[in-house]
Design a protein. Structure first.
Length: 144
């Protein structure tokens, strides 16, 4: 498809940017002389328009890939955090608000060098909490 129009002592050639059957935009050239474009010029400009269409489509695809990559990266971080939270407390069963608060406190204190006092009735899971603190601490990966 080609179209030319007279524009103030010049000629305009507008070609569609088509890639994979869809129009991505237009490519226009102005030449300031009457009847400036020959059939060879049209053929050459059509080849340029085809290359520009490919470049535009690649740029659009790159943008989509970047958006998907960013989304995937965010989902990966979220899932890793969920796995880390679940795996560190794999032996602790429960989902109550008070247990979640305790586990959040364990996550807060574990990376520090602070001394932690765990107290409670017999059979309440103090050892599991201590193990969770240790597993999340930098010492968990040390030999001693």
């Amino acid at each position: 498809m080609k179209d030319t129009a007279q524009a103030e002592a010049g000629t305009v050639c507008i070609l569609p940017l088509v890639s994979r059957g869809r129009v991505l935009g237009t490519f226009g050239v102005v030449k300031y002389q009457d009847a400036a474009f020959t059939s060879d010029d049209f053929e050459f400009l059509t080849q340029i328009a085809n290359q520009v269409a490919i470049a535009v489509e690649n740029a659009l695809a790159f943008g989509q890939i970047r958006e998907l990559k960013d989304q995937l990266s965010k989902e990966k971080l979220y899932l890793e955090d969920e796995i880390r939270t679940e795996m560190n407390f794999a032996q602790i069963i429960g989902n109550s608000a008070s247990l979640r608060r305790v586990l959040k406190r364990v996550e807060t204190v574990a990376p520090t060098d602070s001394t932690v006092l765990i107290y409670g009735e017999t059979g309440t899971g103090k050892e599991l909490i201590a193990r969770g603190i240790h597993d999340l601490s930098p010492r968990a990966r040390s030999p001693s």
